[in-house]
Structures are given as structure tokens and as C-alpha cells.
Design a protein around this ligand. Structure first.
Ligand code: LCS
Length: 403
């Protein structure tokens, strides 16, 4: 049965696997192998020439990695995908494939810290310039486009502020500019948001997050809307050697099989916690796309199938209170990353976004006191009790300090 009309859960469970290609195996086998035999010298030459699509060498293609690529391309509605060793490898490949010296990028802020660093630093050194505009400011994105603009690069929801980009509107701007719209869809994932359906050209992911979902793999992927872009991206990935390992691909594919259940469970927990946090006297503000207080709540309803599981908030006691909270939680783990079955808490200004200059952090909405909570699949009562106990520890600390 062709998978293109299946629902997203059916695709997550089945896409990429034809058991009859694997002696009936119902899970894609791990082709743990670096190189593939050619039946004849002529066939080997034909594969290198591109006249035959047979296998050559794992940096250039591997059946386990291909199964994962097919699955993610199907979930995102792209024509194909290219696995990568990490999310950053997928992002770097995308930049190096689609940009050259003298090109200009319109990038929204904030972005994941190292993506910001890659554009500002390494690509800047290669003569590729960037203009930074707020994720929510569609008109500023339009105004930033120049004749030499060759890419619009966005992250939505943005790490760590949970600002949103209006994907349909920005896709129209990109089309008019003749520049591809590249979307980092890591935070929402394809279960909740499919940028290609809204007009994006390329989607990138850190599959380290919800696609894998179990905090045991780092991995990335790039999905293309059209075959020509896919070819350009794949050629660059092969040249750079950003390739995934087959065992890594197998683990991610296993994680994807339960994507919808994990994402919906974590999201239900996050929705409850966000409401509770917003009403808590120790909390100054909460930013979560599922709360009516989010300035782009309507946009979230329009372009996402759900607000996801990451919450940004700041305590009334600011940075110091946030630090104490992170030190006091027990069930929630103090660690970077997100999208896994386990809840994680971190401080973007001193951790994930610490290499972004303080002035840029502030301009991008990454306030010193912002705490990021990536909600997992535990029992929500236990997560709330953990935060409750940590808030109580803050009150004891504040009372002691005022004595
Ligand atoms: N894009 C986004 C939106 C991310 O959040 C991350 C990692 C990456 C790309 C890079 O992916 P990686 O190379 O790590 O697979 N974000 C992290 C975070 O917020 N905490 O730890 C890693």
C-alpha cells in the first residue's frame, strides 16, 4: 500500500520498511557494513556513474539509513531526506550546499546557539552575510530580503523563547525572493508541524530530540521538497562525510515508531504544567504556545497540530531563583536537550546559548532568568510535585537570605 495517504501514526510505524526486501523482517535490519560487493566490474562502474542505484559504500548510502530517510521524508511530506551524524551536521550541510561566497541569509532570532554561531562566525568568514530579524516579525523578514538573499532560515518554535514564525507567510516571501525557506522543525517535529505543507523548501532536524526520543543517540536529518535540492544536499553530504552510522539510524527509526504516543503524552503533561506554572506566585512569566498568553497563540492553533512539550519561564526571583530551582529538582534532570521521554531543565543564557554574546541574547529575548523546561512522559503529578518541592526550597532560601 502506498504510504502517501496514510495518517501520521501509520507512517511513523511503517514508512521505510518493506518486509519482503528483508526476508520478511518486521523491523529494518541493521546493515552494519562499510562497503558493498559489486557483482561485476561493469556494475561497479555503473553505480559510480549513477546509471545504477545499487549500493557502493556506507558514506554514500546504506539500507538502514535509507529506511530512516524514507520514513522521515514521508512524515514531513518531502521528496527525500539525508541522514546526518548530528543535527549540526545536517544544518552545516544545508548551509554549505545552498550558499556560496557573497550570498546573503535572512535568519530569524533566536536560533539554537551553535546554529547562530555557525552563521555568524564560520559562514561569515566564508563571505556569507546574515541579517537577523525577530521570529515573530514577518514584515521585518520581508524588509530584510536583498537581491543577493539566497536563503531564509528559521526555527519555529524557536529555541529557547518559544517565539513562532508564520511559516505560510514567510514561505510566500521566500518564493517571491526566489530563495529557499529552510525550517528547523526540531521543537515541534513532524507529528505536530509539517513546514513543507506550508510552503517550506527544506526542513532540518536534530533527531537527537523527539524523533529519537530516548536520550541515547545524537543524529540529524535534512528533508527536501524537490529532487533537485535533494541532489544538491546529498552531493554535499557525501563530500563532507556528515553520514549517519547504520546502528544510529536503526535506533532513531525504532524511536520514531512511537513518535505520536510520546509526543502527545509529553505535550499533555506540558500543557498542564504550563497552566499551573503561570498561576504560581513564584513564577514571573511563562511562554508556551498552548497558553492564550502566548502572543502568537492564534498562529500556533493555525500552523501546529499541538503546542509541543517545551516551556520557557522565568521566576519572580530572577536568575538566582532559577539557578536554585534547577539545583533543587530531583525527578526532572538538570541537563540540556529536549524531546525525550525524560523531563529536562536547563538555563539557556549560561548553557545552550552561552556562546551568543550577552547583547544578542537580550536582543533575541533570551533573558538572564529564562529557564527552559523540556517536559517528558512521566506522571504529571510527579513532575508537579517535584517543582512544588523545588519552589518550597526557594522560599526557605529566600527567607534565610532575608534574615
Ligand atoms: N536545532 C535545534 C533547534 C536544536 O535544539 C539543536 C540541539 C540542534 C539543532 C543541534 O542538534 P544536535 O547536533 O545537537 O543533534 N539543541 C540542544 C539543546 O537545546 N540542548 O542540547 C542540544
Amino acid at each position: 500500500m502506498s504510504g502517501s495517504h496514510q495518517g501520521r501514526n501509520s507512517k511513523a510505524v511503517h514508512a521505510g520498511l518493506d518486509p519482503m526486501q528483508h526476508r520478511g523482517a518486521v523491523s529494518v535490519p541493521i546493515y552494519q557494513c562499510s562497503t558493498f560487493m559489486f557483482p561485476t566490474a561493469e556494475e561497479g562502474a555503473a553505480r559510480f556513474e549513477g546509471a545504477s542505484d545499487g549500493l557502493i559504500y556506507t558514506r554514500l548510502g546504506n539500507p538502514t539509513v535509507q529506511a530512516l530517510e524514507e520514513c522521515v521524508a514521508s512524515l514531513e511530506g518531502g521528496c527525500g531526506a539525508i541522514g546526518a551524524a548530528t543535527g549540526m551536521a545536517a544544518i552545516a550541510t544545508t548551509f554549505l550546499a545552498l550558499l556560496r561566497q557573497g550570498d546573503h541569509v535572512v535568519a530569524t532570532h533566536p536560533l539554537y546557539g551553535p546554529t547562530h554561531g555557525l552563521l555568524e562566525g564560520r559562514l561569515g568568514r566564508l563571505g556569507i552575510t546574515s541579517t537577523w530579524v525577530g521570529a515573530a516579525d514577518t514584515e521585518a523578514i520581508r524588509a530584510a530580503v536583498r537581491p543577493e538573499t539566497r536563503m531564509i532560515y528559521v526555527e519555529t518554535p524557536a529555541n529557547p523563547t518559544m517565539d513562532l514564525v508564520d511559516l505560510a507567510a514567510v514561505a510566500a516571501i521566500a518564493r517571491e525572493a526566489g530563495a529557499p525557506l529552510v525550517v528547523d522543525n526540531t521543537f515541534a517535529g513532524p507529528h505536530l508541524q509539517r513546514p513543507i505543507e506550508l510552503g517550506a523548501d527544506v526542513v532540518v532536524h536534530s533527531m537527537t530530540k523527539s524523533l529519537n526520543g530516548h536520550a541515547d543517540v545524537v543524529a540529524g536529518i535534512t528533508v527536501a521538497r524537490d529532487p533537485e535540492t535533494l541532489r544538491t544536499l546529498r552531493d554535499t553530504a557525501k563530500a563532507l562525510g556528515t553520514t549517519m552510522d547504520p546502528h544510529q539510524a536503526w535506533l532513531v527509526l525504532r524511536g520514531i515508531r512511537t513518535l505520536g504516543m510520546r509526543v502527545e503524552r509529553a505535550q499533555a503533561n506540558a500543557a498542564l504544567l504550563a497552566v499551573w506554572l503561570e498561576s504560581h506566585p513564584a513564577v514571573a512569566w511563562v511562554r508556551y504556545p498552548g497558553l492564550p498568553s502566548h502572543p502568537q497563540f492564534e498562529l500556533a492553533l493555525r500552523q501546529m497540530d499541538g503546542p509541543g512539550s517545551v516551556i520557557a519561564f522565568e521566576l519572580a526571583g530572577g536568575v538566582e531563583a532559577g539557578r536554585q530551582l534547577m539545583n533543587a529538582v530531583r525527578l526532572i534532570t538538570l541537563a540540556v536537550s529536549l524531546g525525550g521521554v525524560e523531563s529536562l531543565i536547563e538555563h539557556p543564557a549560561s548553557m545552550t546559548h552561552s556562546k551568543v554574546a550577552p547583547a544578542d541574547q537580550l536582543a533575541h529575548g533570551i533573558t538572564p532568568g529564562l529557564v527552559r523546561l523540556a517536559v517528558g512522559c512521566e506522571d504529571v503529578e510527579d513532575l508537579r510535585a517535584d517543582l512544588e518541592h523545588a519552589f518550597a526550597a526557594l522560599e526557605i532560601g529566600a527567607a534565610a537570605a532575608s534574615r
